[in-house]
Design a protein around this ligand. Structure first.
Ligand SMILES: [Mg+2]
Length: 222
């Protein structure tokens, strides 16, 4: 962990990274995405599920596919799919404590919205531990792992990639970060999509438990 002593920009994905995928919060969003497609494209539930998955895999986010192919209004979609019960999330003060101890700035880099990030971190009780949020609107709706939002994040927040680490549960979203010179850490997942390429050179660290990982870093650098 000593090789992380120069890190000054700690960049975190949000969903299934700052809280475990076992919470199933993101499944609720997924269900609402299907419902939105069903209602707005006038298709069956089964067809909606297929469209959602295809767009997610081909365009990085379901929203991006809907915008490209159906001129869907982004705000309308985002409001609809984030109307979920955030009480599934429980306070995680141990995580907050470790994030707080990291030297430098802490940034959330999400394909979701700022409001969603605020709701999630508030429920986790860690909302005051982050300096910045870079969301899908800041990214002009171009999602990770396309390279544009990484460049935009770096430019907007004057980030030095060499002194940064990006932490994510979708392994292929770490590739552009690695190419730009950031350190990368993959939050382990059983999901076949999240796992794609996890054993590649662009994944520098693997995380079983985020709090434990950050604790080890803090112990080695403080
Ligand atoms: Mg994620």
């Amino acid at each position: 962990m000593i090789e992380l002593k120069n890190i000054r920009h700690w960049i975190f994905d949000l969903d299934n990274t700052l809280y475990p995928s076992t919470t199933n919060l993101f499944d609720k969003i997924d269900t609402l995405m299907c419902k939105f497609i069903e209602d707005n494209l006038n298709v069956s539930r089964q067809e909606a599920l297929k469209i959602k998955n295809n767009y997610f895999h081909e365009h990085g986010t379901t929203l991006n596919g809907l915008m490209q192919n159906h001129k869907i209004n982004a705000e309308k979609f985002l409001d609809f799919v984030h109307d979920i019960d955030y009480s599934l999330l429980v306070e995680d003060s141990a995580l907050g404590e470790q994030i707080k101890k990291l030297p430098g700035e802490k940034i959330i880099f999400t394909n979701g919205t700022r409001k969603h990030a605020q709701q999630v971190t508030k429920r986790l009780g860690i909302e005051n531990n982050f300096n910045k949020i870079f969301d899908i609107v800041d990214a002009n709706f171009i999602p990770k792992p396309q390279i544009e939002p990484y460049h935009a994040l770096i430019a907007t927040h004057s980030i030095n990639a060499q002194n940064s680490i990006f932490i994510e549960d979708i392994a292929k979203n770490l590739l552009p970060a690695h190419e730009l010179g950031m350190k990368t850490a993959w939050v382990e997942s059983d999901d076949s999509y999240c796992k794609q390429g996890y054993d590649g050179k662009h994944v520098h660290y693997t995380i079983k438990n985020l709090t434990d990982f950050l604790k080890k870093i803090n112990e080695s650098i403080n």
